[in-house]
Design a protein around this ligand. Sequence first.
Ligand code: PEP
Ligand code: MG
Length: 879
Amino acid sequence: MAKWVYMFSEGDMTMRNLLGGKGANLAEMTSIGLPVPQGFTITTEACTQYYEDGRKINDEIMAQVMEGVKKMEEINGKKFGDLQNPLLVSVRSGARASMPGMMDTILNLGLNDEVVAAMIAGNPDPKFERFVYDSYRRFIQMFSDVVMEVGKKYFEQLIDQMKAEKNVKFDVELTAADLKKLAEQFKAEYKKQLGKDFPSDPVQQLKLAIEAVFRSWDNPRANVYRRDNDIPYSWGTAVNVMPMVFGNLNDESGTGVAFTRDPATGEKKLMGEFLINAQGEDVVAGVRTPMPIAQMEKEFPDAYADFIKVCDILENHYHDMQDMEFTVENKKLFMLQCRNGKRTAQAALKIACDLVDEGHKTEAEAVAMIDPRNLDTLLHPQFDAKALKAATPLGKGLGASPGAACGKVVFTAEDAEEWGARGEKVVLVRLETSPEDITGMKAAQGILTVRGGMTSHAAVVARGMGTCCVSGCGDINMDEENKKFTLAGKEFHEGDYISIDGSTGNIYEGEIPTVDASIAGEFGRIMAWADKYRRLKVRTNADTPRDAKKARELGAEGIGLCRTEHMFFEEDRIAAFREMICADTVEERVAALDKILPYQQGDFEQLYEALEGCPVVIRFLDPPLHEFVPTDEEDIKKLADAQGKSVESIKALIASLHEFNPMMGHRGCRLAVTYPEIAVMQTKAVIRAAINVQKAHPEWKIDPEIMIPLVGEVKELKYVKKFVVETADAEIAAAGIDMKYQVGTMIEIPRAALTADEIAKEADFFCFGTNDLTQMTYGFSRDDAGKFLSAYYDAKILENDPFAKLDQVGVGKLMKMAMELGKPVNPALTVGICGEHGGDPSSVEFCHKIGLDYVSCSPFRVPVARLAAAQAAIANAGK
Ligand code: PEP
Ligand code: MG
C-alpha cells in the first residue's frame, strides 16, 4: 500500500519531491529540534492520484489522513471537535517549487458553534471571547471563499456594513458581540449562496479543505505561474495539516514573516515584518501595514531572541538565505515555514557571492543557485542618474522590486492588460494587489500600491516577475472608483505619467528617462565563474552594429545569426531592393543588386569591426519577397515612377508575389535557387567586407561564415553553394589574400534533420533554426499559434509555448538525429542553434546535452544563456 501521509517527524529536506517544499522543510525543522507545531503532510503523489481518480480523494488516502489526524491529536493532546480541548488546524498547499500566493490556505479549521461555545465557556477573559469569534468569522469567510468558492465580496460587504453600523474604521474595533453577529451573518450568507448549511463536522471540513488545496493546483493563476516559471503540471502539490497557533490570541501574540538577508538588495541583515495580535494572512495580504521586525525585540524580547537563534541555525543548515513565517502565541515562538527565500536578481547575485566568501558555497554551487531567467531584470533600464538628480520625489513607498519604471497611470489590472496590449507603457496603481491581478501586473512596466509591506502580494509577485514595484505608499490618497489619487497635493488621473523607482521606493511625477544597466560587480563575478564551467559557446543574433556591440558587452562570443534582410528596410536601401524585385531580366536584377552591394558590404564591415575577430555568421536572404513590396498607393506609384513602369504593371507584379502559404513558399534558399545573382551579390558583400576589415586589422582572424537558409534537400545547398564558392574564391584571389571561409546551412526543415548525413557532406556547419523547425514539425504557424495556444494550455495538451521553450520530445528528437547523422560524416562540423530557444534556459541545457557547440540568442539574453550553459555543464558533469 502506498504511503500517502507523513507525520512531520517522518520526513526530511531531501523528500521535497514527495512532501513539497513546505512539508519537507517542516519535517527538517522538526528533525533539528526547532519549535514547529506537529502535524502531517499529504504527499504530492496523493494530489496526482486525486486527479487520476477524477478529482476525488480515494478511501485509502482518506484513511491515512484520519490516522494522521489521530496521531496529531495524540502528540498535541487536543482533539478535533472536542469541547474540552479542541484541535484547530491550518491546511496549506506546498508544491515542490515554491509558488507564493498561487494556491490555497485555510486557517482555523475545526471550529463550529459547539466548539466556539465550549472554548468561550472555558475562558472567562472577554478578550478571549473576542478572539474566538474573530477566528470563527475568519474561518467561515476563508472556508467559504477558498473551499466553496463563494465570493469574498459577500463577506466583505457584511463587514463593511457592520463597521458602518458601529461607526468604526478598523476590524480590530469590532467587539466580541459584533463578531459573533458577523459569524451568524456569514453562515446565513453561506446558506443563501449555496443552499445548504455551513459544514460543522471538522472531519468533513478537513476533507473539503484538502480537496480545495488539490483543486487549487489547477487554478488559472497557478497555471500561469507554472508556465512562467517552468514548473511541470505533473508535479502536483502536497497538503500540510498543522495545529493552529494563534498570533491573534491577544496582545502577547503576533505573527511575522522574515528573511535572513534583504531579499531586495541581498544585504546580510534580518529583514522582516511583524504584526501584533494578527494572523498570518494579515501580513501577506497587505491589509494592515506591519511594523519592521526589529521592533519585535521591544515587544517580545524572549521570542525575538529565540527567533534570532533560529535564523542562524537555519542559514547554517540550508546554506542559503531563508524566508520564514512564524507566530508568537502568548510570547512563545513557533516556526510555521522556512524556505530558500525568493529574491531579486540583484540580491541573488550578492547573496551567492557572499555565501562563497563566507564559505557556505563553492563557486559552482553559487553559479547553480542563480535563476538565469531573473538576470534579465538586471539588464533592464534604470533611471538616468542625471535626470534623476534633477527630479524631486513626490513621495516614497517601499522599494519592493528594483528597476525603474515610467508609464501612464492605470487603476485596474484589466486596464493594464488592455493598455499594454495596445503598446502603452503603464504603471498599475492599486490600493493593494491580489492574485487575480497577475496578468495585469505582468502587462505593467511597474506596480505601485498604497498598502502592504515587502512581503505583500504585490511585492512578492513583482519580484518574481522582475517587474519594478513600490509598495506600501500610505501617503497616497486613493480613489479607485473614480480612477484618481492624490500624493503630496498633486492629483493623478488615469493616463497621467508617473515614474517609480523599485530600489529606493521613490515616486516621481512625469517621465524620467532611463539608461541601460551593465555587467559589473557581483554580476561580473558570477558570470566569470559561469564562464569557467560552461562548455557551450554563446553567440548572439544581431543584425546591426549597435546590437552586436551590446551583445559583446554582455559577453557574446560571436554572431550566430545576422538576418541580412533586416538591413534592406531602411529608407535608402528599400528602393534598390524593390527595383531588384521588379526587374524583368537578369541584367536589370544584377544592376539593382549592384546598387545594394555597397550598403551590404558597409553593414558587414561594421559588424566585423564590432566583433573584433570573433566569428560572424551571415545568413543569406530568407523571407518571401512580398514582405518588401509596397502596399499603399503612394508608395506603389513612387515605385512605378522609379522603374519607369505603369502603376498597373507594378500592381500585377505585387499580386503575382502573393502566396497562400508564404512561410512555406518562395523563401529561404529557394530565392537563391531562382535568382542565384542574389547569393552572388551577398557573397561579394561578405567577402569584400571581411577582406577590408582583415586588412585593417591584421591582429584579428576573420573567417567569414555564410549560412544558407531553409535547406531541405542537399542538392539545394550544393546548387547555391556553387555560386557562393565561385564568387568567394574569385574575390579572395583578386584581393591576393589568404582567407578561409565556411559555407553552412540552417537545419530548420524536418527533412534537413532527417537527411543530415547527406547535408553534412556539403555543409561546414549546421545551425538549428528552431523557430521554423518548430513551426514545421508541429505544423503550427509561428505567427498565429498564439490564437489557440491558450486553449491548448486549458486542455492540458501543452504546458508551454513550443516557440519559447524547445519541444525536446519532438523537435529535440530531430535535432539529436541531425547531430548523430551529421557528425560522423563530417567530424569538423560545428553545430549551433539560433532560434529563439537559444536563450531559454531549459532549451540551452538540452543543447548542452546533445553536444551542440554554441547557442545564439538576442543580446539581452546572452548572460542568461551563459549562466544556463554553465548550469547545464555543472548539473550534467560526470553524466
Ligand atoms: C529560425 O527559423 O529558427 C531562425 C532563426 O530563422 P528565422 O527566425 O529568421 O526564420
Ligand atoms: Mg528560419
